[in-house]
Design a protein around this ligand. Structure first.
Ligand code: TTP
Ligand code: MG
Length: 349
């Protein structure tokens, strides 16, 4: 199986440069902006000029400013980024291959048993079209599975196109550190380092039984990846980015306890999936279907991305206060949307 993995470069910031060309070439960030004071916010992303100063996503704005005194700042405009993401999605999907997108700026395309030369040509034409018709740079990795193609893509940033065919995979992996494996975040890589496993090479030679004993399912995943065996498939989806859970119920909306219990359960399930997929969300929605089958949805959009389970629950509970207490309810749903992926945190190992 050959997978083409596309990840946009400094996406939100690149979108801003597209409509404000005067921003290009100078370091700037796109960051959350609490109404009281924007400098209390967090960096969402920054251009590569700002990265030279060590600035990165999720860094507090105050820290970023210490690293670069002349740092430019642009508030986020999610509707604009989502519009561009939808165009990208249509462009990538128009090629007709099974495509998975779990984040606003990333696409995994399963081209089946297409040979590497042909896949490289296809990737080159996608990259050129993203540049010519949307105006943005992206990086593309090609390899023998979704996780490997993503790692190849990460290694080729920015504005790169790199192919690592299966026979070269072990050489590619051997030079990597464990936190280059998608899903291995800081905590896990620190734990692995304390066990003497700081490189993919060492991880590959570690005992699978020991890794499973220590880390469960995650141990299997990292041992397989370290040994060049793919564990993840491309799961075709529409690119509609949300995570939701619904349940048929029979409650009287006046029964606040029953309503809250169901909302709590559903919120917990949604948060579990948010953690598993390693995404951040910005919008929480509840859906209520009343006994007469009328459906009502209500949403709250936060002013920042988060993966907090408490935020899902509190927002869903707040939204549920608007449920008509005189009616019966026969279905409830909780959903989060406006997703972005949190690099290195997938599955929160
Ligand atoms: P990424 O693809 O992780 O980052 P990027 O596209 O900005 O940079 P690159 O891929 O070249 O390294 O995330 C895509 C967008 O998601 C990013 O532009 C902004 C948003 N985002 C956040 O808002 N908060 C975060 O913590 C992260 C990681 C991303
Ligand atoms: Mg990106």
């Amino acid at each position: 199986m050959v997978v083409i993995y596309i990840d946009m470069d400094y996406f939100f910031a690149a979108c801003e440069e597209l409509r404000h060309p005067e921003l290009a070439g100078k370091p700037f960030v796109v960051g959350t902006s609490p109404p009281e004071h924007r400098m209390r916010g967090v960096v969402q992303t920054c251009n590569y000029e700002a990265r030279k100063y060590g600035i990165h996503s999720a860094m507090p704005m105050t820290e970023a400013l210490k690293l670069c005194k002349d740092l430019g700042y642009v508030p986020p405009d999610d509707a604009y980024y989502e519009g561009i993401s939808a165009k990208l999605s249509a462009l990538v999907r128009s090629r007709g291959y099974a495509t998975e997108s779990d984040s606003i700026d990333e696409f995994a395309v399963d081209v089946g048993d297409m040979g590497y030369p042909e896949a490289t040509k296809l990737a080159g034409s996608i990259k050129a079209e993203v540049r010519s018709s949307i105006g943005l740079p992206c990086t593309i990795g090609i390899s023998s599975g979704k996780t490997f193609a993503k790692m190849v893509c990460d290694s080729a940033k920015p504005d790169g196109l790199r192919v690592v065919p299966e026979p070269e995979l072990s050489g590619f992996l051997a030079g990597k550190s464990v936190d280059d494996i998608p899903g291995i975040g800081r905590k896990l890589s620190e734990k692995l380092a304390s066990m003497g496993l700081d490189t993919v090479d060492k991880l590959a030679r570690a005992s699978a039984t020991m890794l499973v004993g220590e880390f469960g399912e995650v141990g299997t995943y990292m041992h397989m990846i370290a040994n060049g065996r793919e564990t993840e498939r491309v799961v075709e989806n529409t690119g509609a980015l949300s995570i939701g859970r619904e349940r048929a119920v029979r409650i009287n909306a006046g029964d606040a306890v029953a309503l809250r219990n169901t909302i709590t359960d559903l919120s917990g399930q949604v948060s579990g999936e948010v953690t598993r997929q390693g995404v951040l969300f910005k919008t929480v929605t509840i859906k209520v279907r009343y006994g007469d089958f009328t459906v009502r949805t209500k949403s709250i959009s936060l002013n920042h991305y988060t993966d907090s389970a408490a935020v899902v629950l509190d927002t869903a509970v707040e939204l549920s206060l608007g449920v008509d207490p005189t009616k019966a309810v026969n279905k409830l749903g909780v959903r989060v949307s406006s997703l972005v992926s949190m690099k290195g945190q997938k599955k929160l190992f």
